[in-house]
Design a protein around this ligand. Structure first.
Ligand SMILES: [Zn+2]
Length: 366
């Protein structure tokens, strides 16, 4: 049996290779962190971390993160979502260009896309089609559609329609049913109906039954009390155990053994979860876990620590504790302080990989 490294190669992977990776994750009991990036700097920090520990990684851009990648000042309203489309494409091209130099496989993904953001999705899909026409594979490995705020029939129906367009290019689809609480990227679910925070097994089956008829490469972000952001312990009641119940429910419907775990699950809103909660989720078929909030803090904290340590050297271009005519260029050069942010973020990505059993996984057999 080849190793994952041999089977997947290096750089951005798409199509069957993405399936191979997620199947291996399910088989070996690990999950891959999906890290939100907003600049080439944060994307590079993620690649660096994955390279250092010999593991596959998922890089994703949210709608707001993608627009930021294009530049905060670019008009994103007319035409609708043009900055978010351009930024997502720029992020994808950047990662595609540099990832091979890090020697690891990378899944390139776009995060939550609610109904009102569908023009963003359409734009990325168009970029996928153009890339496919030239290179025989889509630009992105996978995309997320999040119609969880709509009714189930509308949610599943919209996913079906898009998945049919994505299937010929073998783009992986992540969909959400049940909702993640809290607030992220301008979508505020802080006061959501409590029952919607826990997806029911028949809902999972409805998704599985519909999408599996089109293609096997999809995952479900099921809600089990997840909340975006970090909250005081005790404020969030996570029940990852219900994911195992969903697997059993779907397996029974399919007439396959209970331990066959037919679904790929995605863990959203996992910042601040306990090791036990994460382990339960991974055991139940979570192959991807989104990590954003903790990494935002890490990036900032790297810079914060640098500033605190070198405060006297960062008050003007000339003059520091060593002398009033001493230059400070080697402290305020962005390559110095941004690097500190990157180092701290890379260290936190490694920690996320450790938590999910994704260390040295490229050496594992397919
Ligand atoms: Zn999320």
């Amino acid at each position: 049996m080849p190793t994952l490294k041999e089977a997947l190669g290096v750089g951005v992977i798409t199509g069957d290779k993405v399936m191979l990776l997620f199947e291996a994750a399910k088989k070996h009991g690990f999950a891959i962190p999906a890290v939100n990036v907003t600049t080439s700097s944060s994307a590079n920090a993620v690649l660096e971390a994955a390279r250092d520990i010999g593991s596959p990684i998922i890089i994703q851009a949210s709608n707001g993160g993608a627009a930021f990648f294009a530049g905060k000042s670019v008009n994103n309203k007319e035409p609708k979502e043009q900055a978010a489309i351009a930024g997502a494409v720029a992020c994808a091209l950047h990662v595609r260009q540099v990832a091979p130099f890090y020697g690891i496989p990378v899944v390139l993904h776009s995060d939550h896309c609610a109904k009102k953001l569908l023009p963003w999705f359409d734009g990325m899909l168009k970029a996928d089609e153009e890339y496919f026409a030239k290179h025989g594979e889509p630009l992105f490995s996978s995309h997320m559609l999040d119609l969880s705020e709509e009714t189930d029939p509308e949610n599943i129906g919209t996913c079906k329609a898009y998945f049919e367009k994505m299937a010929p290019m073998k783009i992986f689809l992540e969909m959400e049913i049940g909702i993640t609480g809290g607030e992220e990227d301008g979508v505020d679910n802080t006061h959501a109906d409590q029952s919607k925070l826990y997806t029911q097994s028949p809902q999972i089956w409805a998704v599985y039954e519909t999408l599996s008829k089109i293609a096997p490469n999809f995952s479900i972000a099921a809600a089990f009390g997840n909340v975006h952001g970090v909250y005081k312990p005790g404020n969030v009641k996570l029940h990852p155990g219900i994911l195992a119940e969903h697997q059993d429910f779907v397996a029974k419907k399919l007439g396959v053994t209970a331990d066959s775990k037919p679904c790929f699950f995605v863990f959203h809103g996992g910042s601040g979860s306990t090791e036990e909660e994460i382990a339960t989720a991974v055991k139940a078929g979570v192959v991807k876990m989104n990590v954003d909030t903790d990494l935002q803090w890490a990036y900032w904290d790297g810079l914060r620590q640098f500033y605190k340590k070198n405060e006297g050297y960062l008050q003007g271009q000339i003059g520091n504790p060593d002398g009033e005519d001493k230059p400070n260029k080697k402290f305020y050069d962005p390559r110095v302080w941004l690097r500190k942010a990157e180092e701290a973020m890379a260290a936190r990505v490694k920690k996320a990989c450790e938590d999910l059993g994704n260390v040295g996984t490229l050496a594992k057999e397919v």
